[in-house]
Ligand binder design. Sequence first.
Ligand code: ASP
Ligand code: MG
Length: 422
Amino acid sequence: MPGTIVMKFGGTSVADAERLRNAARRIVQKREQGQRVVAVLSARGKTTDELIAMAEEVSPAPAPRELDMLLSAGERISCALCAMAINDLGHRAISMTGSQAGIVTDTSHTKARILDVRADRIRSALEEDSIVLVAGFQGVSTARDVTTLGRGGSDTTAVAVAAALEAEVCEIYTDVAGVYSADPRIVPQARLLPVLSFEEMLEMAASGAGVLQLRSVEYARNHGVRIHCRSSFEDRPGTVVVSEIETMEHPLITAVTHSTGEARVTLLGVPDKPGVAARIFGALADADVNVDMIIQSEPAGEGSSAEVSFTVPRDDLRVSRQTLEGLAPELGISSIVTDEEMGKVSIVGAGMRSHPGVAAKVFTVLGDEEINIEMISTSPIKISCVIGGEHVPRAVRALHSAFELSGDGTEQPEEPFRPPGQ
Ligand code: ASP
Ligand code: MG
């Protein structure tokens, strides 16, 4: 619908009454500028964590279907309250659950994928001049159960709604001013990045930049939704994520990202024969474990057995172990070793596609810092190294300075930044 925008507010942006009323005011402001507005809200503050803790108090392994019923309540609370606040500002607002908003997902509870957005109810509310508040992070499955979309899933709700409505932009309002060249908590001189391509943002989200849920970026790229990340507390330009054609130039390196939530699994004495890797990683995929880097090697002199190491999010380590312990006797794997405290640093930049030597520089920088690289993986625009978790902040700072990514302290352009095409 022409003139439609989607505004998404994260948990910290609606954490208390004052912030929620502030979000309501920003929504109303857009409406008063003549836009039709759909706002997607997250659960307030730590609500989702608290709901998870509540479930764990009553059950050691809560049924996923019931967990989804519980967790979806958080976003519902935010939307109902925000609708009340908007009504008090003299505008009509209506809140909807994911299901009422027509967000249809698959049946994979707690990690559901959006299959379709049947937005007619949102559309008719917009046509009746209402502001629509959609509960983020949730939908209704093809089996008619309430589902949730995984942590951070409200971003994906917002992008999916924006795609369905052919909105002009999907604005992500958050507690940081946009996307930075590194986590500003680790690198205070990090630079705010005004424009990013979907490819860069995808690699960044996949390698630890927490600003946007990875799936939301994938969805935006696939459907051509322009994303604009910005602060909900200040009126600053933030970061626009657009397709590559629109981004003007490619710096060699755009950002350093990191994650401290990695774990490594090593399988020793893995029979070296066809089909074994397929069984191992097939079983992990069936258990919904997201495997990241994989290395297989054949220790010298041991002809028929290999060693396989891979990383998984630390939260998936328990399930990974259980799955592999079930499989080990049958496949003849001799032992399973795990390292819980692993981290990862990555550098991302579309310019590295055409420049040799970037990887060598990364290894030199880490070597000079006496940081041991445990595993390496690359894509055309990313180089990632798994390292001990305790070295992560030092590695991030060293890489950020070696590639000269710092802002000069005036990262905000003097002219108000106009996102291209707006
Ligand atoms: N409330 C959910 C979470 O904390 C979803 C979201 O905020 O995007 O993960
Ligand atoms: Mg988030």
